[in-house]
Design a protein around this ligand. Structure first.
Ligand code: NAD
Ligand code: 0WE
Length: 256
């Protein structure tokens, strides 16, 4: 029997077949999970719908996480259809493109607010609506990056937002543990996705991994998916409030 047999959950953050959220969704489906997907806008719906249908998704819903009503509507629709849920995957981030290249001190008030809203606050809002549907407990996984705790060149305001996201993960875990709801973050190494395209020198980040990471390579969406499967299934039943690194070991060793 699959690890996710009888479990139902929502995947936020698929944009295309390169998305980390899609790598997670495939692992969950292979272990028997029943899935719902959200997409940001109509342009992305055309990408997400065929992917979602290929894993027999029962719901495919629009959701811009900058809008509380859209989040509320997703959980209302899911609640009406399923009554309860077991897991949520949050794999969403956004900052202004210019804020990921110029000097960090040039970040505007609005750019800072936007990155925080979409990349960190959205986990809090999603969890608020998800928790009442997790009647038998549940598991929530979000995605972070090393730039939360180290000053990675150009990651800038996204690093500040990821620090808030990691801290939010701990506060949500502390609050919801008594309801049997676990909240964890996966810190992935650099992966070529839509969110990574258009990042200046992303190739350099990849070759840094190939040359210096203990595993001498980058990680894949499938490898992130396998760790998410562990955290979202009963295998992770004792784990909450953690940042789990899937980064080929690059967070603690840099060779000379
Ligand atoms: P991606 O572009 O495939 O996914 C990002 C998703 O965020 C997209 O589906 C996009 O539609 C969604 N999104 C952006 N603004 C939104 C909004 N207002 N409302 C709803 N959805 C919105 O890229 P990805 O690399 O798979 O990113 C997923 C997560 O993984 C992000 O949190 C990212 O920070 C994190 N991450 C990525 C890497 C990497 O190198 N690619 C490494 C570590 C962590
Ligand atoms: O979290 C991310 C990227 C998130 C992201 C990407 C974009 C590109 C397009 C957020 N907002 C936008 N806005 C856009 O307009 N990663 C972990 C990938 C990433 O981004 C970097 C990295 C790495 C790794 C930026 C600079 C340095 C390293």
């Amino acid at each position: 029997m699959g690890l996710m047999e009888g479990k139902r959950g929502i995947i936020f953050g698929v944009a295309n077949d390169m998305s980390i959220a899609w790598g997670i969704a495939r692992q969950l489906r292979a272990e028997g999970a029943t899935l719902a997907f959200t997409y940001l806008n109509e342009a992305l719906e055309r990408r997400v719908r065929p992917l979602a249908e290929s894993v027999d998704a029962e719901l495919i819903l629009p959701c811009d996480v900058s809008n509380d009503e859209e989040i509320e509507e997703v959980f209302k629709t899911v609640g009406d259809k399923w009554g309860e849920i077991d897991f949520v995957v949050h794999a969403i981030a956004f900052a202004n493109r210019e804020d990921l290249k110029h000097s960090f001190s040039q970040t505007s008030r609005e750019g800072f607010r936007l990155a925080m809203d979409i990349s960190a606050y959205s986990l809090v809002a999603v969890t608020r609506y998800a928790a009442p549907l997790m009647k038998k407990g549940g598991s929530i996984v979000t995605m972070t990056y090393l730039g939360a705790t180290r000053a990675v060149p150009n990651y800038n305001v996204m690093g500040v937002a990821k620090a808030a996201l990691e801290s939010s993960t701990r506060y949500l875990a502390a609050e919801l543990g008594e309801k049997g709801i676990r909240v964890n973050a996966i810190s992935a190494g650099p992966i070529r996705t839509l969110a990574a395209s258009g990042i200046a020198n992303f190739k350099k980040k990849i070759s840094l991994m190939d040359d210096n990471a203990p595993l001498r390579r980058t990680v894949t969406q499938e490898e992130v998916g396998k760790s998410a499967l562990y955290l979202l299934s009963d295998l992770g039943s004792g784990v909450t409030g953690e940042v789990h690194f899937v980064d080929a070991g690059f967070n603690f060793v840099v060779s000379a």
